[in-house]
Design a protein around this ligand. Structure first.
Ligand SMILES: Cc1ncc(COP(=O)(O)O)c(C=O)c1O
Length: 459
């Protein structure tokens, strides 16, 4: 790690110099995968790093470079990489079988832990991903209400399924993205979390709304923050109007607090979906809610109450290896101060980075809540004091444009040269194992990145 020894050479040239092994692999991958990648967020220009191994808060690329990791397994690794208890749980289960195609003890223990931790979870149904869990939440809402429309908030991400794959980064007019049916998009109403009265009026004025779905701490885990008042308004109006309120807790679940964002806000949604931390870093998802809603998946309830059950299969639902890692992770979340440590690391990191920005007189800010941190690159060049920056005041449009700022790409490369791997937001999230040394290293890398960006006229 050599954050203190960076030269002023071209940022991209330095990146290429350090990562020839990644360049080679990326070239080869382009003849296998579209753009050479398997997830849109892995797109980095000129090419992404290829990672060989990881431990705790760190990871190492194929060229032997070490990074402080702020991707955190796309948010799934609140305990950091290779937590010993989680790793041992996976190893043990691998020896016992990866797929019994039968009920097993681990699924019951896993579901019981979810019930114990999540306020709205009277019943649980496992899936393989957050995308699937959200699809089921929506299906439950439609089956229970007999209504068709889904209200979503612009900029909130719910996976790549048809009802959610527009209105996040584009298609804010509600039009269908490529490959989606206009008919499906037509049943989705996009609202703005900046327009409390307009959203309230939308919910008050229509009788065809089955559900409202949102990320309860804001779009992309707070890149686009949401006012608590807005979430309370949604709970009040949906309860009164018989609309199902769905919290997408795929990121916030077991992270913001043991009981997720619903515990943090003190709001119990009708349904909540989980993934990521739920399975301790392996694939897994779940929809949770009261018996009165989840009974739509129950053979006996359907028979006795005379409704048609919702069908639900899934080869990897509650796969025992994922259940084993999920249990190991959730037991630590339940019994230790894991969420608090991740949140405290996030707060310390934001403060340290803002201190660097202020000292270096860079008119940017680092914002976020809980364990999230995001750079605001000030696309309109307004006067801001980094420590006093209020993203709610900056607003959706400026925050969205900030992520697309031309300096964002070079900032990410420069931080990578300094041994820090951030996501493209640009920013990331902290885990319970990010240390003061990690934070100090990240602050040093930012200071050097600023020097490099200045040398290239980006600042
Ligand atoms: C808030 C949110 N919902 C849903 C999803 C989709 O989850 P998955 O990638 O497991 O399908 C994600 C993934 O990042 C997410 O952040």
């Amino acid at each position: 790690m050599n954050a203190g020894a960076l030269s002023n050479s071209g940022i991209e040239a330095r990146y290429r110099e350090r990562t020839p092994g990644s360049a080679e692999r990326s070239d080869a991958a382009r003849s296998v995968f579209p753009s050479g990648i398997v997830h849109d967020s892995r797109r980095v220009l000129p090419y992404p790093i290829y990672v060989e191994r990881a431990a705790g808060s760190r990871k190492w690329d194929v060229d032997g470079n070490e990074y402080v990791d702020y991707h955190g397994g796309h948010g799934s690794l609140i305990l950091g990489h290779c937590d010993p208890k989680v790793t041992r749980a996976a190893q043990r289960q691998l020896e016992l079988g990866t797929h019994p195609a039968a009920c097993h003890d681990l699924e019951v223990r896993w579901g019981t832990l979810v019930k114990e931790l999540v306020p709205c979870a009277e019943r649980v149904r496992f899936h393989s991903s957050g995308t699937e869990a959200n699809l089921m939440a929506l299906r439950l809402a439609r089956a229970c209400t007999g209504k068709k429309k889904l209200v979503r908030l612009m900029g909130h991400f719910h996976g790549w399924q048809d009802h959610a794959a527009f209105g996040v980064d584009d298609h804010f007019d509600g039009s269908a993205a490529p490959g989606l049916l206009e008919e499906i998009a037509g049943h989705v109403l996009l609202a703005s979390s900046e327009d409390l009265e307009g959203t309230r009026a939308l919910l008050e004025s229509r009788d065809d709304i089955a559900a409202v779905m949102l990320e309860p701490t804001g779009g992309s885990f707070g890149v686009l923050p949401i006012a608590a008042d807005f979430v309370h308004m949604l709970r009040e109006v949906t309860a009164r109007r018989g609309v199902i309120l769905i919290f997408d807790e795929v990121v916030t679940g077991f992270r913001v607090a043991r009981g997720g964002a619903q515990a943090h806000h003190g709001i119990t949604p009708d349904l909540a979906t989980f993934a990521k931390i739920l399975a301790g870093g392996l694939p897994g998802g779940a929809v949770t809610g009261p018996v009165s809603l989840l009974e739509r998946l129950d053979f006996e309830a359907a028979e006795s109450k005379g409704f048609e059950k919702i069908g639900h299969q899934g080869t990897y639902n509650a796969n025992p290896v994922c259940a084993a890692t999920g249990i190991a992770c959730l037991e630590r979340v339940a019994g230790e101060d894991v969420c608090e440590r991740a949140n405290r690391a996030g707060a310390r990191l934001r403060a340290a980075l803002n201190r660097v920005l202020a000292e270096e007189r860079v008119p940017w800010a680092v914002y976020g809540e809980h364990s999230g941190f995001y750079f605001f690159l000030n696309p309109d060049g307004t006067d801001i004091v980094p420590q006093a920056f209020d993203p709610l005041e900056a607003g959706f449009d400026a925050l969205k444009r900030s992520a697309k700022h031309p300096a964002a790409r070079k900032l990410r490369l420069a931080m990578s040269i300094g041994g820090v791997d951030m996501s493209g937001k640009p920013g990331g999230l902290t885990s319970a194992v990010h240390s003061d040394a990690d934070i100090a290293h990240t602050a040093d890398a930012l200071r050097e990145s600023i020097r490099m960006l200045r040398a290239e006229g980006e600042l």
